[in-house]
Write a protein that binds this ligand. Sequence first.
Ligand SMILES: NC(=O)c1ccc[n+]([C@@H]2O[C@H](COP(=O)([O-])OP(=O)(O)OC[C@H]3O[C@@H](n4cnc5c(N)ncnc54)[C@H](O)[C@@H]3O)[C@@H](O)[C@H]2O)c1
Length: 397
Amino acid sequence: MTDDRAGSFTRRDFCKTAAAVSVAAVIPGGGVFAQGSDKFRVGVIGCGGRGTGAAIDCLNADPAVEIVALGDLVPDRVASSLKTLTGKFPGRVNVPASRCFTGFDNYLGVCSCPEVNLIVTAAPPGFRPIHLKAAIDAGKHVFMEKPVAVDPVGVRSVIATSELAAQKGLAIVAGTQRRHQQLYLEMMKRVQDGQIGEIVGAQCYWNQGDLWVKQREPNMTEIEWQCRNWLYFTWTSGDHIVEQHVHNLDVVHWAMGTLPKNVVGMGGRQVRVAQSLGGPRVIALTAQVRVLVAVAPADFRCGIDGLARRVRQALADDPFGGAVFVFRNRRGTAIKLLAYDGQGFWLCHKRLSQGRFRHWPTGQAGQTLVAHELAVLLAGGDWSAAAGAPVWRAVAA
Ligand SMILES: NC(=O)c1ccc[n+]([C@@H]2O[C@H](COP(=O)([O-])OP(=O)(O)OC[C@H]3O[C@@H](n4cnc5c(N)ncnc54)[C@H](O)[C@@H]3O)[C@@H](O)[C@H]2O)c1
């Protein structure tokens, strides 16, 4: 667990005990020591917060553990992990430069080390099925962080690899640590004993604030930036339901003693968003967003290109500048919002089922509004009469 995850005290604290138990679950049993060796040697793939944390858990779990290989997409994460581990456990971290691996094939390097008995896979979950398969193919035991995959292809791959691991007598433990936490185990025993009766339904929630964002640096490629900010991309994280809520969904499956027969999904936002990722990924109306309303009506046959042209010509503004541009049609029955998010244009269209947008700025070609005024305008209200508290100081983007 990374220390820089805001508001994560409970999770972090929890991981200190629970994840240690998960990792330790792989360790006993006698089958994991290299033949003729009294050492238990661990390689890590994905040396971020949790990879380093899981390595620490391994070292705490048993004095016979040594960390012997580190792999990560980027060298700075290998270096910082190595520094943390060496600082905390002098003499038990034996990772020469020849066993530090970077680039997308770092996992092949870690898996090819004959010294390694157990691999911790804590890279972004989009890569997990590939990393797991390589580790099992190489004959290593695995502790893999949750989630184990982000799509059906990945899930099928993990199931096939688990069967292979069973045939080879290799252990795989996943980081759904509630399954190993004493409080949960005790509670689940009581639930399954029938102490609260038959379970016929369950609901679970996950409430959490913002997490970290890694800023783009001048020489960073797009792919590196996305992999460093993997939480915000569905191809790397699955989404926040898969990545985070998997823990609590797992508890429900556990309590019910079965998996669902049918699944129905409802909801809106599919990925995490963060303003500091470089702009809204959907049109998010926050205090930082510049809003410019076109006073004159627009021809609503215009799509993105036509409205972007209008931004240039009628509003003398840059359509790529990140502002939200607002247009109304001639009859006053519909509104269009145009915004560029750094990758492409968003175009939102609201058409009233009855009535008109009667309140609209007059005068100049364009009128700047703040977010709460736009919210009133979009609801068909009089933004000028809303009388919100005045903006005291502009919030920096
Ligand atoms: N069980 C838990 O409570 C818990 C807690 C935190 C995180 N996690 C899980 O651990 C995993 C990692 O999360 P984190 O918080 O450590 O994130 P992180 O961003 O701190 O670490 C991820 C690391 O993976 C590296 N990486 C990216 N692409 C890679 C690739 N292709 N190969 C190897 N390394 C690559 C990144 O450079 C980074 O160092 C996630 O699956 C997350 O869900 C589990």
